[in-house]
Write a protein that binds this ligand. Structure first.
Ligand code: C2E
Ligand code: CA
Ligand code: CA
Length: 690
């Protein structure tokens, strides 16, 4: 072996750890946020670029005999820039979220050109004179660089998502192959660039040596690259469960199946598969992952106020901000509506998760400007950790429960799943199962609380109040189970039953000669149903009850949170002849003037106001103002929760029309209500009944 060949071999051996180290860089890029990603990618490309430039210079100095002192700084800089570009094109292809063949070709060709130019500039910079390029050999050299680049891109991408045990061995094998490719490229380029000082001192058998080495290296490289490409694409197309699989199919044919068309984030199906794979990896490597359930606060009012177009654009922006706040190794999917789920993998401690979720909370707190509209929202995040907080199925339920807790605590924050939430969540799940059973077994019943005339105390009608005859806990008030029924989507079914029973009561009353008016409570969830009005009308017609006999009680909170939609729904109700009462009025700061825009027939003062009225001048003044305004708008005013005579008298002074409360009657069974009405008719008097 000649001295040059020994040096060449030593350089080759030294380059292997260098390429091995480059594999590590792509892996550390995974833990970086999208925001920091560009900068770090460029930084790493510069490092790898310098490394390759030095290796190239080393090879060149071993094989060349012309002067090496640079007299051409511009070409020298050009060569360095080309090696940077070469590294950048490989690294950025590796770190793309998807790699269809088109992208791979683009990355490999860019690397090919920059690699060739690197060598070309280096030749000039180191003093080559009268350069001539042999086109055919140059083309051949380009092919070898492109092959090496493709091999590097694919193996790096592959190893990035590799979940097996032989990571280090594979890294070493591929590092050797890429080092071989680099050497072959170097030889091929040198053979294609002819210059006048090339053979002056060089014996031509040196060239022959290179040619024979190249003849061996090139087919090996070709074979290796083809093999790896085929294996890679076979794996990623067939085994779509693999993380890489998603990345490839993201741009491919499965896009519509796995991706949300609006935000282009993965959808629930894709998320579930990714979750499965990440969990398996955690099991295998003893790692942990976090599932973060991200729910936007105040998104629905935005949709109502600005319309769906702006709502959609906002969701797209939100998806971008969440993606930017996450690290490269994290995964985010749109779970539907205004809900997103992020999977944070490779977490080592609590702080890792806190840093990322806090970044998401902060990112969404910043105002959005969508088509010149300034929109402010926030998000509530619930987090559960795998495997600590349960199996995959429990993970989502627990994160969801934690998210509800974050909302309850005032929104715009994150909350980890803990023992306290676990208890509440278990109780909620239990309620869910029992509620389902209650619907099937018809464990519900209705009570009726009379509404009386404020002055005469005659019964004017009654409010229908739901009760759950629980098999072990006894008679339960709706405050215990309505929230669960709403959350688990059972409220419509329950309220439909209430409505049918109420119709039945009205019909029965009619057969007894009683003209009964009933008030029914609607849940705010029911307002999501666009056909609610028609549906109620249908039930009434089906049960031969005129809408005149029914008042629909809707909580004031509904009016506050969904102003435009609520107004439109009420208008629609009016056209259908349905009457509405604004329940729990005065509970929240609410613009009184907004009342005039609502098609309602009644205002129901909240119990807290009634209770404060006799002792608080402020409450008195508030109620007085409400009553005055309501009367000016020809609305009936009902005070609820009247418990003593003092309250009643004060309310009478203010001019309240009707009252309801324990002073007159607790909620009673249907038969008792009928008896009360019967008494009125018998007495044919307007005197006090209770
Ligand atoms: P709400 O509409 O504000 O109903 C009035 C609540 O105050 C009833 O509680 C009633 O029993 C109670 N109440 C009446 N008078 C007095 C009083 O003088 N003092 C006190 N301290 N309380 C009084 P309930 O029956 O437990 O209902 C709680 C809530 O559940 C209701 O509040 C209503 O929002 C909801 N709800 C009741 N029935 C239904 C239903 O069929 N469907 C839906 N979606 N919600 C219902
Ligand atoms: Ca009510
Ligand atoms: Ca109320």
């Amino acid at each position: 072996m000649s001295r040059a060949q020994v040096l060449l071999l030593l350089l080759f051996l030294a380059s292997v750890p260098g390429f091995y180290w480059a594999f590590g860089l792509t892996q550390s890029l995974r833990k970086i946020t999208t925001k920091e990603f560009d900068f770090t990618l460029k930084k790493y490309a510069a490092l790898v670029g310098i490394g390759m430039f030095c290796l190239h210079a080393g090879y060149q100095s071993v094989s060349d005999n012309y002067p090496k002192i640079s007299q051409h700084p511009i070409d020298f800089i050009g060569a360095i820039l080309c090696s940077y570009l070469l590294a950048l094109s490989v690294l950025s292809s590796v770190n793309k979220k998807s790699l269809p063949v088109r992208e791979l070709l683009y990355g490999a060709l860019t690397a090919g050109f920059s690699g060739y130019l690197l060598s070309y500039f280096y030749h000039i910079a180191s003093g080559a004179i009268n350069i001539n390029i042999d086109l055919l050999t140059a083309l051949f050299a380009m092919c070898i660089i492109c092959l090496t680049a493709a091999l590097a891109i694919i193996t790096m991408l592959w190893l990035k998502g590799y979940e097996g045990k032989s990571l280090n061995k594979l890294k070493l094998i591929f590092a050797v192959e890429i080092a071989l490719g680099f050497l072959a490229s170097h030889i091929a380029i040198n053979l294609s660039i002819l210059h006048s000082n090339q053979f002056s001192l060089n014996p031509s058998d040196n060239v022959a040596n290179y040619v024979s080495l190249l003849m061996i290296l090139a087919p090996i490289l070709l074979f290796m690259t083809t093999f790896v490409i085929i294996l890679f694409y076979e794996r990623t197309v067939d085994i779509t469960q693999s993380r890489l699989g998603f990345q490839v199919t993201q741009v491919g044919t499965r896009k519509t199946l796995s991706y949300d068309p609006l935000t282009h984030l993965p959808n629930r199906d894709a998320l579930n598969q990714h979750l499965m794979i990440t969990a398996k990896r955690c099991d295998r490597n003893g790692e942990s992952m976090a599932l973060a359930y991200i729910d936007l606060d105040h998104f629905k009012p935005v949709n109502d106020q600005f319309g769906h177009h702006i709502g959609d654009l906002l969701l797209i922006e939100v998806a971008k901000r969440i993606s930017n706040a996450l690290r490269n190794c994290d995964y985010v999917a749109r779970a539907g509506g205004d809900e997103f789920i992020a999977i944070l993998s490779e977490i080592e401690n609590h702080q890792n998760v806190v840093t990322v979720v806090q970044r998401v909370v902060d990112a969404l707190r910043e105002p959005f400007i969508i088509e010149n509209n300034l929109i402010e929202i926030s998000c509530s995040i619930g987090i559960s950790i795998y495997p600590r907080d349960g199996n995959l199925e429990k993970l989502k339920v627990n994160a969801d429960a934690a998210m509800y807790k974050a909302k309850e605590n005032g929104k715009n924050q994150y909350r980890f799943f803990d023992a306290e939430i676990e208890q509440a969540s278990d109780a909620m799940q239990q309620t869910r199962v029992q509620l389902k059973q209650a619907i099937t077994d018809r464990q519900f019943k209705l009570l009726f609380q009379p509404k009386v005339d404020a002055l005469t105390r005659t019964v004017r009608g009654a409010e229908v109040l739901l009760r759950w005859q629980h098999p072990s806990k006894g008679l339960l008030s709706p405050s215990v189970f309505i929230e669960a029924a709403e959350r688990f989507g059972m409220i419509e079914e329950i309220n439909e039953w209430v409505m049918v029973q109420a119709c039945d009561t009205i019909r029965k009353a009619k057969s007894l000669g009683i003209d009964l008016n009933l008030s029914i409570n609607l849940s705010h969830q029911q307002f999501r149903n666009k056909h609610l009005g028609e549906h109620i009308k249908f039930i009434l017609e089906n049960n031969q009850v005129s809408p005149e006999h029914l008042i629909l009680e809707v909580s004031e909170t509904n009016a506050i949170h969904h102003q435009k939609k609520f107004r439109d729904t009420l208008r629609h109700f009016k056209t259908l002849g349905l009457k509405v009462s604004l329940d729990d009025f005065g509970l929240h700061p609410f613009s009184l003037s907004y009342l005039k825009n609502l098609e309602i027939s009644e205002v129901k003062l909240d119990r807290t106001l009634t209770q404060e009225i006799a002792h608080s001048e402020v409450s008195f003044a508030i109620v007085e103002a409400i009553v005055k305004l309501a009367h000016a708008l020809h609305l009936n005013v009902v005070a609820e929760g009247v418990e003593d005579e003092e309250q009643r008298l004060t309310l009478v002074t203010i001019g309240c029309d009707e009252m309801q409360g324990y002073l007159f009657s607790r909620p009673v069974e249907q038969q008792f209500l009928f008896d009360v009405f019967g008494e009125i008719q018998q007495q044919s008097t307007t005197k006090s009944l209770f």
